[in-house]
Design a protein around this ligand. Structure first.
Ligand code: ADQ
Length: 741
């Protein structure tokens, strides 16, 4: 098995240019290149991406150069025809997905044509990977331009390991669901073995979106899709801290620039802002807040200067052209209004600055001001901290940047709040040195620790684990060998059998009232329960009356009704609550919601149990029923958040009950009484039964009924096979029993 790392990103980190008659390529010095180089080298990696627009005319020389880069530097160029590049990159990627993911729904453009280009481009990236990947390779896909690549790869190459990292935020479900291609994009991502986000907030939003849009439930760290586990992780990106620190401590050119900046601005404090010219960065908002600061605190005029560095970006998109004009106007007005012959409030550099120029600015500044309205992480915040080192400037950080989650010692601001931002700026400018130092020390330690190198290594390590787990989880689950099962049963002295009811002992019926056990099933369960040393536990979501009616007459059976909210011990005639004293007043609040949904969906019904309420929709038109059940699930999740109640999505049913009332608790309760059994069997068909399987020891005989994902050791195809298995045990007698009989 190969174990190389293939990085896939929209842009290859190189630019081509013509030097005289020759073509040259320059490697970009971005943070991602520096972060990935060490792991790429160790893993003999390839970098796959688009090399930028091809010039018209002589493309032969450029093509030859790009081919040589593939041979020598393992940079693979993906060829995108000019006619799809714009629609893919400026169209769907930056005019649809970018504003959507940053939570600006009014800026999202909806256009079928750009969607097709996005699909086409994603197919081309996937094809480049498919052509080169060897079995076992790790493929790491980056960012929002390539969200369909994971599933395209999964379909074609199930033999590789696929990771995806989203550098930008994930929006609330209410925003994401406006996207016409929401299902396609989510399914695209779910092709991965691991999906990484910058923060837990983004991860949480993704999980809620899966539930709301696809009706797919997930756990904090994973989601099951088509019998496969997709790992989910918050994995915040860092910077290559050493590189920045070295620039400011050992580079003579940088030292000269720092001295020059301090000299020229002597007697004034410097406030630094560094961004791409993008509406998500809050540039106009910050300029307005700075104006407000100078207008309301005239004593600061002449004593503080803001340097705004903004590199133009995506200039073929009208919103960006508009922003560029708006920023220029605001700077012009502010300088015109408040500047003097010897002082300008704002120095505006509308261009990209070199890394050494940037390092000098970071090091010379007294305050850095990050005003993002929404930002995946924001590396500027971290770069500033690294370059300040022991100088201890103050960081003003928008609470809407991912970085805010990690950089608690910064002064948090709401960039929409002009007055609050101005107050924070004043606090920063006046902050005593010991407080600044304390904050900076903590921030610097953290920026050093969670740096870009450990970020990249951590992601790759996580991807290996996720892919291993996926293979384990989807390994074939076979039927138990009846001979071995009977032998284990016979040789045991104390046996416990946990049997689910619906879907296990009887087939699922459209109306629960129709699912009555046949006489044969009654007899088989009865004879198992009568065997010496065998305890039978019927564990069901059914109300107590049903279990009582069908199994109440049997000796030595436990009956667990309502998923374990109510228990009847062997020999007793009463059901007891698993948690005495649990109230039921909540039902008065939840019942009207269910009744409202029942009224909207003909054929659906509300079922009332002692400790639970359920909405059944098996008879509702399937598509409408599924859609409505998602709506109901999300509504109830919100209504019940922070209570002891849980919303359970079963097979064509939404049930509300206490979180403690689950089949796993039943297993724990039965196991806590008496000696530890030497034979345990659990059989069940739906996800509520997985709680039983989880709670039993690994050597227990756990059997899933039907297809699909399970954590059980074995699976049988349907209720008849489950009953045959129980019958085999009911017929098995140990030597001791035979002697006694
Ligand atoms: P960006 O939106 O580009 O990145 P950011 O993280 O702030 O945002 O900046 C990336 C890099 O660009 C930084 O290393 C910075 O030094 C550089 N840069 C910014 N302005 C510059 C300028 N005027 N001149 C020169 N260099 C400049 C996306 C997401 C972010 C996420 C990153 C990384 O939008 O939220 O932090 O990816 O995952």
């Amino acid at each position: 098995m190969s174990d190389r790392l293939l990085v896939v990103s929209n842009r290859l980190p190189l630019t081509t240019r013509r030097a005289g008659t020759e073509w040259r390529a320059d490697l970009s010095s971005g943070g991602l290149v520096a972060a990935l180089t060490p792991v790429m080298e160790r893993a003999r990696g390839l970098w796959i991406g688009w090399p930028g627009d091809a010039p018209s005319g002589d493309t032969e020389g450029r093509d030859a150069l790009l081919r040589s880069w593939e041979q020598e530097h393992r940079f693979v160029s993906v060829d995108l025809p000019a006619k799809i590049t714009r629609a893919f990159y400026e169209g769907y990627s930056n005019n649809t997905i970018w504003p959507l993911l940053h939570g600006f729904p009014t800026l999202v453009s909806f256009d079928r044509e750009t969607w097709h280009a996005y699909l086409d481009a994603n197919e081309r990236f996937a094809a480049a990977v498919i052509e080169r990947a060897k079995p076992g390779d790790l493929v790491w896909i980056h960012d929002y331009q390539l969200m369909l690549v994971p599933s395209l790869l999964r379909a074609a190459r199930p033999d590789i390991r696929i990771g995806f990292f989203l550098h930008v935020p994930f929006p609330p479900a209410e925003v994401f669901r406006i996207l016409p291609q929401r299902d396609e994009v989510l399914h695209g991502l779910l092709g991965a073995d691991l999906i990484g986000f910058q923060t837990h907030e983004h991860l949480g939003a993704f999980r809620r979106t899966l539930l709301q849009v696809l009706g797919t439930e997930s756990r904090m760290d994973r989601v099951e899709v088509d019998g496969r586990i997709v790992a989910l992780e918050a994995h915040p990106i860092g910077i290559v801290t050493d590189e920045w620190e070295q620039l400011v401590t050992t580079d003579k050119g940088v030292a000269r620039r720092i001295a020059d900046l301090r000299d020229r601005h002597a007697g004034r404090q410097l406030v630094l802002a560094v961004d791409r010219l993008d509406y998500t960065k809050g540039i106009p908002e910050r300029l307005r807040a700075f104006r407000h600061f100078l207008l309301t605190r005239p004593e600061w005029r002449g004593r503080v200067t803001m340097i705004q560095v903004a590199v133009p970006s995506r200039e073929r998109i009208p919103r960006y052209v508009e922003l560029r004009r708006e920023v220029s106007e605001l700077v012009g007005e502010l300088n015109g209004e408040l500047g003097t012959a010897t002082w300008n409030p704002v120095i505006y550099l509308r261009r990209s600055v070199s890394r050494s120029e940037l390092a000098a600015l970071y090091a010379a500044a007294d305050v850095a001001w990050v005003a993002s309205l929404r930002d995946g992480m924001n590396l500027v915040a971290k770069e500033f901290v690294a370059c300040q080192r022991d100088r201890a400037g103050v960081l003003l950080l928008s609470e809407f940047a991912g970085a805010a989650g990690e950089m608690g010692e910064a002064l948090r601001i709401n960039p929409y709040d002009e007055q609050g931002s101005a107050d924070a700026l004043e606090r920063a400018l006046k902050m005593p040195e010991d407080e600044r130092r304390e904050r900076q020390d903590a921030l610097l330690a953290r920026v050093r620790r969670s740096n870009a190198i450990s970020w990249a290594e951590g992601f790759v390590a996580q991807l290996r684990t996720a892919a291993d787990d996926r293979d384990l989880a989807s390994g074939p689950v076979g039927e138990p060998k009846l001979v071995a099962l009977r032998r284990a049963y016979r040789s045991a002295k104390r046996r416990v059998c946990y049997l689910d009811y619906d879907g296990t002992l009887v087939p699922l019926a459209s109306r629960p009232a129709d699912a009555v056990p046949s006489q044969a099933v009654g007899e088989i369960v009865g004879s198992l329960a009568r065997k010496r040393g065998t305890t039978v536990v019927i564990v069901s979501g059914r109300p107590a009356v049903d279990l009582e009616r069908w199994f109440g007459h049997l000796p030595s059976v436990w009956l667990a009704a309502e998923h374990g909210a109510l228990l009847r011990e062997p020999g007793s005639t009463d059901f007891q609550s698993l948690r005495p004293g649990a109230g039921t007043e909540w039902k008065d609040h939840v019942r009207p919601v269910l009744e409202h949904f029942a009224a909207r969906a003909p054929g659906s019904t509300v079922e009332e149990k002692d400790y639970a309420l359920a909405w059944h929709y098996r008879l509702v038109e399937p598509e409408f029923g599924t859609w409505l059940s998602n709506e109901l699930g999300v509504t109830l999740d919100q209504q019940l958040a922070g209570t002891e109640l849980a919303v359970l999505r079963g097979s064509k049913v939404i049930e509300i009950r206490y979180a403690w009332a689950n089949k796993g608790e039943v297993v724990s309760h039965v196991r806590s009484i008496g000696a530890t059994p030497d034979f345990e069997l659990a059989i069940g068909d739906d996800r509520t039964d997985e709680d039983m399987f989880d709670r039993l020891p690994p050597e227990a005989w756990t059997v899933h009924v039907g297809g699909g994902q399970t954590r059980a050791r074995y699976a049988v195809p349907g209720p008849p096979a489950a009953i045959a298995l129980i019958a085999a045990l009911a017929g098995a007698s140990s030597a001791a029993e035979r002697a006694a009989d």
